[in-house]
Write a protein that binds this ligand. Sequence first.
Ligand SMILES: [Zn+2]
Length: 113
Amino acid sequence: MKSVKGYQCKECGRVFYPERKICLGCGGRQFKKIALGKEGVLLTFTKLHALPMDFESRTLMLGIVEFAHGLRALGQLSTDDVEMGMKMRARWDVVRELDGVQLYGLRFYPAKR
Ligand SMILES: [Zn+2]
């Protein structure tokens, strides 16, 4: 389990996720990795029903979580028992298996209260 990192432009300080080659704010090309903190706030979410047939589950929850620095990231949600504004914990985790290969991505879990 790895913590989630953002990429901050060395020129203007804007933070991105995922990593970019060129800053959208100033065109800068140098970034440094920064920790985003473990928790963010769930801004919005959606439940997908029309998934490709090779998905092992029939539905998928996706959400956008806002972290420190105002960074917003899209990821899979661990549950459909969520509401906007709740605190979510981010992990870099297996999001699906394809032909026996584990694919990693951002996955958000409700933060323990
Ligand atoms: Zn920049």
